[in-house]
Design a protein around this ligand. Structure first.
Ligand code: DSN
Length: 415
């Protein structure tokens, strides 16, 4: 077959791909769910495995020609077991949501009851939102964070578990800056005779590196995505005890998915190997140190940092106390024009709409991957403060933009 390069065969797509690569080089990614994988992970994801169908599991596939697919999936599983220490691991979920879907399918019937954190308090669509299959299939009750402290209201969770009598309690969040006490939630699940799913999508890398407590061996099921703080190939993962192994595997395939995305599983295997290194532990610790530095900088400038700080890779700011007339979208758009890419986010006690929320969510994993330390992250915090205070001032936007250019030139990404 003739070797074709996208540049020759499809200049329109080549231009967009080059544009995206340049966009990532020339901006600061602070969306808390994003990161920059290595060239090796990119290579695995762009490999010939994209052509392969491998329904089934290593050694037991529905198609021939799976010897290399088997090798790669086994490597991904073996490395994941070393990272997280689970008895059984499934690396086939196409995403974190697919991983959650497989868990629900394995133990719930339609109409069964899920107790999870409200989306505006930091939860996730796949934990029971009415617009998601979970909200449409199951009966959902939600717990909240304490609006004074910003911490999970563990007593409220326990009380709701008692009265609602859920079949499963979901912990693990998308916009929660504090350490999660998985054991305390497990006690509530035990008292309610409910399963416990810990969705660690955001903090997979922090848990693997030991800088956040692990729910493995505590919760019945642990799910995650594999491209956020863990910085490997795109997709999802499920970890559980041996007793649930075959139910989970059957729920992933054929229950929720068809053929696994073997090129993504190759990316997971490569990223997991990288995450087993000492460098990764340093990156994870630095990610948290950078988030703390960012939270302190914003807080010192008078911004309301939800919960007063952070224990992980993200910082959530409620703009209402300091800037009641400024929305998260105002700040998101102004920061985007300077090259700082983050997202507007709902905050506990949200009074605006999810499309025009009152907060901003900032993550430090991708900056840390680029080499940012606390001092450099504090400087980014100062730039963010300038924009929050002056989001419609073109002269300030232009000054911040120049400094972002200098930072992206100093902290390069791909060679
Ligand atoms: N979209 C992801 C996030 O930003 O948190 C979760 O799926």
């Amino acid at each position: 077959m003739e070797r074709n390069h996208i540049r020759e065969t499809d200049p329109a797509v080549a231009d967009a791909l080059a544009g995206e690569r340049a966009r990532q080089e020339n901006t600061l990614a602070m969306i808390a769910s994003e990161n920059h994988v290595s060239e090796a992970v990119l290579e695995a994801q762009g490999s010939a495995l994209t052509n392969k169908y491998a329904e089934g599991y290593p050694g037991s596939r529905y198609y021939a020609g799976c010897e290399y697919a088997d090798d790669i999936e086994e490597l991904a599983i073996e490395r994941a077991k070393k990272l997280w220490g689970a008895e059984h691991i499934n690396v086939q979920p196409h995403s974190g949501t697919q991983a959650n879907m497989a868990v629900y399918l394995s133990i719930l019937e339609p109409g069964d009851k899920i107790l999870s954190l409200d989306l505006t308090h930091g939860g996730h669509l796949s934990h029971g939102h009415p617009a998601n299959f979970t909200g449409q299939t199951y009966t959902v009750e939600q717990y909240e964070v304490n609006q004074e402290t910003g911490y999970i209201d563990y007593d409220g969770l326990r009380d709701k578990a008692e009265t609602f009598d859920p079949d499963i309690i979901v912990s693990g969040y998308s916009a929660y800056p504090r350490e999660v006490d998985f054991e305390r939630i497990q006690l509530a699940a035990d008292a309610a005779n409910a399963y416990h799913l810990a969705d660690i999508a955001h903090i997979t890398g922090l848990v693997a590196a030991g800088v956040h407590q692990s729910p493995v061996g505590v919760a019945d099921f642990v799910t995650g995505s594999t491209h956020k703080t863990i910085r490997s190939g795109r997709g999802g993962i499920i970890m559980t005890q041996s007793e649930h192994a075959s139910d989970i595997d059957n729920s992933v395939f054929p229950g929720a998915q068809g053929g696994p995305l073997m090129h993504n599983i190759a990316g997971k295997a490569v990223g997991f190997k990288e995450a087993l290194s000492d460098d990764f532990e340093q990156y994870a610790a630095q990610t948290v140190a950078n988030a703390e530095a960012l939270a302190d900088t914003l807080s010192d400038a008078g911004l309301a940092v939800v919960s007063g700080g952070t224990d992980n890779h993200l910082v959530l700011v409620d703009l209402r106390p300091s800037h009641p007339d400024t929305t998260g979208k105002d700040v998101e758009a102004a920061l985007e024009s300077t090259g700082i890419i983050m997202n507007a986010n709902t905050v506990p006690g949200e009074t605006r709409s999810p499309f025009e929320p009152s907060g901003i969510r900032l993550g430090t994993a991708a900056l840390t991957t680029r080499g940012f330390n606390e001092a450099a992250t504090r400087e980014v915090g100062e730039l963010i403060i300038d924009i929050v205070k002056n989001y419609d001032d073109q002269a300030i936007i232009s000054d911040v933009s120049e400094r972002v250019d200098e930072l992206t030139n100093e902290y390069t990404l791909y060679q």
